[in-house]
Design a protein around this ligand. Structure first.
Ligand SMILES: *[C@@H]1O[C@H](CO)[C@@H](O)[C@H](O)[C@H]1NC(C)=O
Ligand SMILES: *[C@@H]1O[C@H](CO)[C@@H](O)[C@H](O)[C@H]1NC(C)=O
Length: 382
């Protein structure tokens, strides 16, 4: 059965096209996928694995996405490091068949990928891509809050489905690197002061509520005077261990923190609150879990703090605290680099795979990719 297109119908979320093989999609969509197609032709083992995988969703970078990639240093990093290339490829393959309709939920959806090498992910079940429908577009949120736009088409084939993306995905970075890139330097400095930064970076499956620098500044008089024990207790109240709580899992109820007390979650007027603090940026993916940025420092001695739904900003959850003139607490030893924006234009160059030059490195990359996907796909019941 070599029918190129069994079916082509319009749906609410765009076009569903049915193909036989991955090669058939690449041929039919060559206007958008010729660069990827050419790269796959040069990577026989990778192409064979992707063609044979069953029950997957391939996120295929467009010609434009790959030409952007090839102009960054990431391309050469990928070319030089077969393990990194493998991780990068694995991050572009979703586990399970996810149609555009599954990826365009307004509350967001976190979908596991095949990226599960410990050097790049300590998220059980595989690092995720967070999908979100915004203003009629479907965006995939990846490391450093980078966004890739997904074309609203399901290119279905025997192995599952394929979607075209307009920029390559960014593998989530470590907690510390991500917080610094996001300008959350008070949180980093505080974790460092309390000596829990390293433990958190090495843990698997964490959820972190990271207060903004303004939030720490608003209670500067108090945090600067805290003992290490008090500071540690407050910081641990911002950490849930052993669970990666993406925002779609936090619409209500409460979660037990490392501090021992629970934080309460509620959605009011479309905004998510942790106790009385507003989540101002949700779902920043990190190598070992997820970060939500909050506009107030959470107080484990004030677990009943609730937001005032009519107020634009909430008072600090610490009675009697005020800011000081000495600058934002904990930031003096932490150098900020870039800023993560909430949606809109990416602030860093998109990262990813590149052409691996030379026969020797091709074979090596192919072998590494085979080892990874081969193992995973077999485990998944292929
Ligand atoms: C995963 O955990 C191991 C062991 O703690 C660590 O060496 C590695 O860097 C971690 N990887 C990520 C992406 O966090
Ligand atoms: C608890 O938090 C609220 C803000 O939600 C604040 O007004 C109040 O002063 C706090 N109480 C204590 C004891 O810190």
């Amino acid at each position: 059965m070599r029918l190129r297109r069994l079916l082509l119908i319009s749906e609410a979320w765009g076009v569903v096209a049915q193909y036989n093989t991955l090669q058939d999609i690449l041929t039919a969509q060559s206007a958008t996928l010729s660069t990827l197609s050419a790269w796959l032709q040069s990577q026989a083992v990778v192409f064979q694995i992707l063609s044979n995988a069953q029950g997957v969703t391939l996120l295929a970078p467009s010609n434009n996405a790959l030409s952007q990639l090839y102009s960054t240093s990431l391309a050469s990093e990928l070319a030089l490091d077969p393990n990194f290339l493998t991780a990068f490829l694995a991050y572009h393959v979703l586990s399970g068949v996810h149609f555009v309709s599954d990826l365009s939920k307004s509350q967001g959806a976190s979908v596991p990928t095949f990226l599960n090498m410990a050097a790049y992910s300590n998220v059980s079940g595989g690092q995720v891509v967070h999908s979100k429908s915004q203003n009629g577009a479907v965006n995939l949120i990846t490391g450093n809050n980078m966004q890739s736009n997904l074309q609203p088409y399901d290119f279905n084939y025997v192995g599952g489905t394929l979607h075209i993306i307009d920029s390559v995905l960014t593998i989530p970075k470590s907690l510390t690197n991500t917080l610094i890139a996001g300008g959350l330097t008070a949180t980093v400095g505080a974790l460092r002061r309390a000596s829990i930064e390293d433990t958190l970076n090495e843990a698997s499956d964490v959820t972190i509520f990271a207060p903004t620098n303004d939030a720490f500044n608003a209670i500067g008089s108090l945090v600067n005077a805290m003992t290490l024990e008090q500071l540690t207790s407050v910081l641990n109240y911002h950490v849930v261990r052993g669970k990666v709580l993406y925002s779609e899992l936090l619409t209500g109820g409460s979660e037990l923190t490392s501090q021992g007390a629970s934080v309460n979650f509620r959605v009011q007027n479309g905004a998510l609150f942790a106790n009385s603090a507003r989540v101002v940026i949700s779902d920043i993916l990190v190598g070992n879990g997820v970060v939500h940025v909050v506009d107030g420092v959470l107080n484990p001695a004030n677990t009943t703090a609730t937001p005032d739904p009519n107020a634009a900003t909430q008072p600090p959850a610490f009675n009697g605290a005020s800011s000081t003139d000495g600058g934002v607490p904990f930031t003096s030893a932490v150098v900020s680099t870039t800023t993560i924006s909430d949606g809109g234009t990416p602030t860093a160059s998109p990262s990813p795979p590149s052409v691996v030059e030379g026969a020797a490195s091709q074979t090596k990359a192919g072998a590494v990719v085979a080892a990874l996907f081969g193992g995973v796909v077999v485990l998944a019941g292929w």
